[in-house]
Design a protein around this ligand. Structure first.
Ligand SMILES: [Zn+2]
Length: 271
């Protein structure tokens, strides 16, 4: 083996050109794993329904509040991913509370939940689906908001759009309710590109709603698509399009409101 290497080295020296040398050898590698256990918490806000017949059914509205944190000296602010979704869910939660104070509370109960550990593999929502506070059989829907404050390249000329993912996978009614809320109140362009089952990005499987869908609970996911600052230190608040974000917040609210107030619970009519 040594002669093969020195022979190759000599040839490289004499010809002045690089060359590859292949040889068989046994390699022993040792990799030590370091484990550190971190704790995260899901944060839940509960608005009890006002209709005695429907208040034991639950509409869940989610957004993940974790991001990438700090790596070395780099801080990842995560303004779009997912402070935009987190603040949208807080606003929606507040709107439901205000409605209830005014004597117009939702008929079904609404659970606004900010989950952690999404970026580590949807961990917070997985935990909730495993150890739910309210029975999953009584959970009507998950409405999930993850990245709603920016505009992707494809829509740079029309910021009033949103990708809608998953709505029709389990329940055609959920899809219709969102479409109807949009045509009645918000008139955004609903883009279903990423809802295509063949879409290679597979976003349907990549945010917290999927842990509900996996359990057979209809789920809808609002998403603005990625951009140059996605998962970078440059995902900062000054780049958020607040006007666009407000419009999407309205759509998420109107859809959630209808899901919480309509007579019949939406049906699962698809596998
Ligand atoms: Zn996210």
């Amino acid at each position: 083996m040594v002669s093969k290497i020195t022979g190759a080295r000599d040839k490289i020296e004499s010809k002045g050109k690089p060359r590859n040398v292949g040889f068989k050898c046994a390699v022993k590698m040792v990799a030590e794993k370091n484990y550190s256990q971190l704790k995260g918490s899901n944060v839940l806000g509960f608005i009890e329904g006002t209709d005695p017949k429907l208040k034991d059914e639950y509409v869940v509205v989610t957004a993940h509040y974790d991001h990438l944190g700090k790596r070395g000296d780099d801080m990842y602010p995560g303004a779009d991913d997912n402070a935009s979704g987190t603040s949208t869910v807080l606003e929606i939660c507040q709107a439901f509370v205000e409605a209830k104070k005014a004597g117009l509370g939702p008929r079904r109960s609404v659970l606004c939940m900010l989950v952690s550990g999404e970026e580590k593999g949807l961990l917070g929502s997985q935990y909730y689906a495993q150890y739910p506070i309210f029975p999953l059989e009584k959970t009507v829907v998950d409405v999930n908001v993850d990245m709603v404050g920016r505009v992707d390249d494809e829509h740079k000329d029309n910021p009033d759009y949103i990708y809608v993912i998953g709505a029709d996978r389990l329940s055609s009614e959920l899809h219709q309710i969102n479409e109807h809320a949009n045509s009645t109140y918000t008139n955004l362009t609903l883009d279903y590109k990423y809802n295509d089952e063949k879409d290679p990005n597979r976003y349907y499987y990549r945010s917290d709603h999927y842990n509900f869908a996996k359990k057979g609970i209809p789920a809808i996911f609002y998403f603005n698509g990625t951009h140059a600052d996605y998962h970078r230190t440059s995902d900062t608040p000054d780049k958020i399009n607040f006007e666009k974000m407000t419009k999407i917040g309205h759509l998420v609210f109107y859809t959630s409101w209808e899901l919480a107030n309509r007579d019949g619970r939406i049906k699962v009519d698809k596998k």
